[in-house]
Design a protein around this ligand. Structure first.
Ligand code: F6R
Length: 240
């Protein structure tokens, strides 16, 4: 695992955008795995600027998002589909048909998850997966537990995650208690992974990720078995 420690959030965003941009330059039809949340927003803004400036092209890119709340309509302003459209897809030249976000209203969530895995495989697998990290060490919505799921699945969110995500909703009761998420193996199948972290509230999770033992109680530590993971964090998230 390589660790890049940046001065601040802006630098984290720039470093991450540099890696995504290089990926697209080397392989214009890359398959990207994408995350929502506050952390990648700066990176998405830079990628949109680079696209506008003609430095990178998303014409042949495919994307798969890590997760979606369940139940959640795609056009709800807190859905991850809505988030991705607003923060990235509407600002770049990606073909929206090539962007895949799990359907938060799927009648048969199990089938939705199986189909999603198959679509990733059919696309040739994820070349570069972008991750954030939860304060409790979750990646995607793989929450700390006694065991973790390998494949994309429906899961319960922990109180910690519901609390952390309530900042985006009017009241905590509005935060969905379930989500569809890629599993640990779905994430580990990616050829390269970058995991972004910023701010003091991520310090414990980042310390565990870098120094801790592999444990289902900190799902991010599972990344230690992957041969190409880059942690990009700022000093506030690293200094412990
Ligand atoms: C989002 C996701 C989550 C977030 C994590 C950090 O698609 O899968 O694991 O990456 O909750 O969220 P932020 O960046 O808001 O701190």
């Amino acid at each position: 695992m390589r660790v890049i420690v940046c001065e601040n959030y802006e630098e984290v965003s720039k470093e991450a955008a540099k890696i995504v941009a290089s990926q697209l330059i080397l392989k214009p039809d890359s398959v990207l795995g994408l995350a929502t949340g506050s952390t990648p927003v700066g990176m998405y803004n830079i990628l949109a600027e680079k696209n506008k400036a003609g430095e990178i092209d998303f014409k042949d890119v495919k994307s798969f998002n890590l997760d979606e709340y369940y139940p959640m309509a795609a056009d709800h302003d807190q859905s991850y589909r809505y988030f991705m459209n607003e923060n990235l897809f509407n600002h770049i030249n990606i073909d929206i048909e090539n962007t895949h976000v799990l359907n938060g209203l799927a009648e048969n969530p199990e089938k939705e998850c199986d189909d999603f895995e198959k679509m990733i495989d059919a696309a040739g697998g994820i070349d570069l997966q972008v991750l954030g990290i939860g304060q409790n060490g979750h990646i995607g919505f793989n929450e700390p537990d006694d065991f973790l799921y390998a494949n994309t699945h429906l899961t319960d969110l922990t109180d910690n995650t519901i609390q952390a995500n309530s900042r985006f909703f009017d009241k905590i009761e509005d935060v969905p208690t379930k989500a569809l998420t890629m599993g640990i193996a779905s994430i580990l199948k990616s050829k390269r992974i970058i995991i972004l972290a910023s701010g003091e509230n991520k310090r414990d999770a980042v310390t565990e990720l870098i120094e801790g033992e592999i444990s289902t109680k900190n799902p991010a530590t599972m990344l230690k078995v992957h041969k190409d993971v880059i942690v990009i964090c700022d000093k506030a998230a690293y200094s412990k």
